[in-house]
Ligand binder design. Structure first.
Ligand SMILES: [Zn+2]
Length: 316
C-alpha cells in the first residue's frame, strides 16, 4: 500500500507518494492558485489522483491521503480551521476532496506533520514521545506524545515559539511580548548578529559578509566565532542561552524522550550547538539526577518532512 502526503505551503502544493517504509517514491509540485474553497478541494484531489496515476499506482493501492496545512485543523470533522498566509477559513476539505475521490482523508498542521515524520524516522523505533523544534522565521513546534500528535482542545496546541521567556520583552506578531521565537528563531539570530556588528566595527563578521548587512545569515556568527572573533562568540553564547531557556521549558513540561531540532541553524556543528545545548538544558531542568534524560538530536528529514508527515497521518 501507499500513502499520499500533500504539503500545503503559501506558494506551492507539494505532494508525494510514500511507501510502507515511510520513504517518498515520487513527488509532484504545483503553484497554489485557487479562486474558491470549492476549487481548492478539486485541485487537491486532482493532484493526488494524478500523482498515483502517473506513477502506475492503482487508486485502490492508496490507503489514505494526508494533508498538512499551515494552521490549526479539525481532523475528526475534516475541516481546516484557518491558515496563515492563505485565505482559508473553516474549509471542509475532506468533504470537498471526497466529491472527486472517495479515499480516507486526514488533516494535520504542518509543524505537527513534520514532527510525525521525524518520529517515524527516528533511529530507535521504541520511543513514544518526540518534540520537533524548527528554527526558522519563527519557532515551530510539533508535539508527539504516546506516538500521536497532540493537537489540544482546538487544534492549536504546539505553539512553543509563543511561550514567553522574557516577561514584557520584545513585541511578537501574536500580540504578546517576550516570546521565545523573538529571541531564538533563525531570524532572531540574524537580528542579534546585525546588532553586534553595528557595535563592533572591527568584528570578523564584517569580513564574512563583505561589509553587506543584507548578507548576514544564521551562520555568520557561528563562522566568525570559529575564527576566534569575540563579538561573534558573545552573540552565539547569548543565542544558545535563549534557545536553551525555551528548550528547558519544553523539557520541564513534557520530559519527552527526544527533542529534534530543525531548520538551517540546526546544521551547525554538534560541538557548537547540540553539545552545549544538551548540557545547558540538563542544567536547567528537573530530572538532572534521573537515569534517563531528553535527548537533543538534529532533525533528519529537512524539506521532505512535510510530505512524509502528512502521508503518515494515515498510518496513525
Ligand atoms: Zn508570540
Amino acid at each position: 500500500m501507499y500513502y499520499i502526503g500533500i504539503d500545503i505551503g503559501g506558494t506551492n502544493l507539494k505532494a508525494g507518494l510514500v511507501n510502507e517504509r515511510y520513504e517518498i517514491t515520487a513527488t509532484k509540485k504545483t503553484p497554489l492558485q485557487f479562486e474558491s474553497m470549492e476549487q481548492m478541494g478539486e485541485i487537491l484531489a486532482r493532484m493526488a489522483i494524478e500523482l498515483s496515476e502517473e506513477n502506475g499506482v492503482p487508486r485502490d493501492q492508496v490507503a489514505s491521503v494526508g494533508m498538512g496545512f499551515p494552521g490549526p485543523v479539525d481532523d475528526k470533522q475534516g475541516v481546516v480551521i484557518k491558515t496563515v498566509n492563505i485565505p482559508i477559513r473553516s474549509m471542509p476539505v475532506a468533504e470537498m476532496f471526497h466529491r472527486h475521490w472517495d479515499v480516507p482523508v486526514r488533516l494535520g498542521n504542518d509543524a505537527d506533520c513534520a514532527a510525525l515524520g521525524e518520529f517515524y524516522h527516528y533511529e530507535n523505533k521504541d520511543i513514544e514521545s518526540l518534540i520537533l523544534v524548527t528554527l526558522g522565521t519563527g519557532i515551530g513546534t510539533g508535539i508527539i506524545l504516546n506516538g500521536k500528535i497532540h493537537t489540544g482542545v482546538n487544534g492549536c496546541a504546539g505553539e512553543g515559539g509563543h511561550t514567553v521567556i522574557v516577561y514584557g520583552g520584545e513585541p511578537c506578531s501574536c500580540g504578546r511580548r517576550g516570546c521565545w521565537e523573538r529571541y531564538a528563531s533563525a531570524n532572531a539570530l540574524i537580528r542579534q548578529t546585525i546588532a553586534a556588528m553595528d557595535s563592533h566595527k572591527d568584528s570578523a563578521m564584517w569580513g564574512l559578509t563583505g561589509g553587506d548587512l543584507s548578507r548576514v545569515d544564521g551562520r555568520t556568527a557561528f563562522e566568525a566565532m570559529r575564527k576566534g572573533d569575540a563579538a561573534a562568540r558573545a552573540v552565539v553564547d547569548q543565542y544558545l542561552e535563549y534557545l536553551a531557556c525555551g528548550l528547558a521549558n519544553v523539557v520541564n513540561i513534557f520530559q519527552p524522550e527526544v527533542i529534534a531540532l530543525g531548520g538551517g541553524v540546526s546544521h551547525e556543528r554538534d560541538e557548537d550547538l547540540l553539545a552545549p545545548l544538551q548540557s545547558m538544558v540538563l542544567e536547567m531542568c528537573f530530572g538532572r539526577e534521573a537515569d534517563r534524560h531528553t535527548k537533543l538530536v538534529k532533525a533528519k528529514l529537512g524539506n521532505d518532512a512535510g510530505i512524509i508527515g502528512a502521508a503518515l497521518l494515515g498510518i496513525q
